[in-house]
Design a protein around this ligand. Sequence first.
Ligand code: E4P
Length: 223
Amino acid sequence: MKFFLDTANIEEIKRCASFGFLDGVTTNPSLMARENISDQAARIEEICSLTEGPVSAEVIAADTEGMVEEARALADIAPNVAVKIPLTMPGLSATRSLADQGLAVNLTLVFSPLQALLAAKAGAAFVSPFVGRLDDVGMDGMDLVEDIVSIFSNYAFETEVIVASIRSPQHVLRAALIGADICTVPFKVIEQLASHPLTDKGLAAFLADHEKVAAKRPHPNSH
Ligand code: E4P
């Protein structure tokens, strides 16, 4: 399973790259706004220089023509830009046109298996089911991922499933068990994945035991 980082924050991206498992980055207009970014193109270019993997950058236009125009400008920023398009009817038309031009499209805001099926048919390189937002309205977002993975496997679609809107390590665990292609994870959840109270407790005990023995050892200059 590939790990993307769900952020527009440069420090988070650099830290995740230092762990050696940064397979890509996803941004959206809200993540950009959180970082107070006025020059979106410059930030996307900087992110693209920090990973060889795909970097999703989202269009703002709502009509097909506007989406295609914006998407082409985003794709010109760097060869690893994946353009993010909302799953609407105009978004599906834009995806077909962009895919035919050889651009990688990430169809976003996906909340049903049939939306995902349409995304694959339209030629999307990626589809992003939003699991946390489904959980927020009392559904089980991971059921959606399970359905999409089954459908794509039934028909051997090449569209990759990005599990998005991740809120907890449980989402990542279930995604890995289901066999989703990618999880896009907020940095806070990466930290949660790496930590375990028994690791901290065990390490503290090892260090304390080491100190006890070290304290008894004669000092090298004492005789
Ligand atoms: C990523 O592609 C999505 O835009 C992101 O995961 C949405 O997350 P949220 O539901 O926490 O805003």
